[in-house]
Design a protein around this ligand. Structure first.
Ligand SMILES: [Mg+2]
Length: 243
């Protein structure tokens, strides 16, 4: 398996004469409920771990911990961001602890995912609010780690001393600056509406990878102005008109 490039070492070549727009596309893939289905086992495991940690670290009971976890997730895109902002808990410590389990046997994804990703032209980068170790482990189980040039995880999402995870526009701008590419060449594939809204706001292409288990998705039907495409699987990206 070729080594993954680190974020600080990214240098993309200029567009080659004659290369197609599809091959110049840079795909930003979300991880949970986009590249794999978390709803069967993993989300429950992470949520349970997070509530256990909040109970322990903030001396709350189960219902209070569950409510706080959900509230910070809605407000900041990640429970860890709220804990860092309001309680001085290092987000990295919390995230690492909550994701510290063996994912083997818990990962489920659409059939032929690796083959489909291989056929999808363009560069692929992971953009996840999950920690690096967990993301790497899931991609390894899925057999697709080697398709990603970079894993941009929550470990890379501190800006000016504060955690800025998806849907932070500032974080997405930082990523674009690091990639040195215009926003119109980048497409975010994600199951969460707020993340797509931010990406669209700064000029990226957007694809909703619909997952019925993602909170709030049940309220939305059809397309939104900040959604270029809607798919039900990664494989459906292969049928896009521009490919
Ligand atoms: Mg997701």
């Amino acid at each position: 398996m070729p080594p993954l490039r680190k974020p600080t070492a990214l240098h993309y070549p200029r567009r080659r004469a004659g290369s197609s727009a599809a091959h110049d596309t840079i795909w930003l893939f979300d991880l949970d409920n986009t590249l794999h289905d978390c709803s069967r086992h993993i989300f429950q495991r992470i949520d349970s771990n997070m509530s256990d940690l909040i109970m322990d670290w903030l001396d709350l009971d189960r219902s209070e911990a569950d409510a706080l976890r959900l509230d910070y997730w809605k407000r900041y895109g990640a429970t860890a961001a709220g804990l860092e902002l309001h309680h001085g808990i290092a987000a990295a410590d919390f995230i690492e602890a909550a994701h510290d389990f063996d994912v083997r046997g818990l990962v489920h994804a659409e059939r032929g995912l690796a083959r489909k990703l291989a056929r999808l032209p363009g560069r692929k980068i992971l953009l996840t609010n999950a920690p690096q170790g967990y993301a790497r482990a899931v991609l390894r189980v899925l057999g697709i780690l080697h398709y990603f040039e970079m894993l941009w995880s929550i470990d890379h999402m501190h800006l000016q001393g504060r955690l800025r995870c998806k849907p932070s526009v500032a974080m997405m701008r930082q990523l674009l600056a690091r990639l040195r590419v215009p926003a119109h060449r980048v497409v975010l594939v994600d199951d969460t509406f707020s993340n797509l809204r931010s990406a669209k706001a700064i000029g990226m292409g957007t694809v909703l990878c619909h997952h019925p288990g993602t909170p709030h998705n049940a309220r939305h039907h059809g397309r939104s102005p900040y959604m270029d495409r809607r798919v039900n699987s990664v494989g459906q990206l292969l049928t896009a008109r521009h490919l």
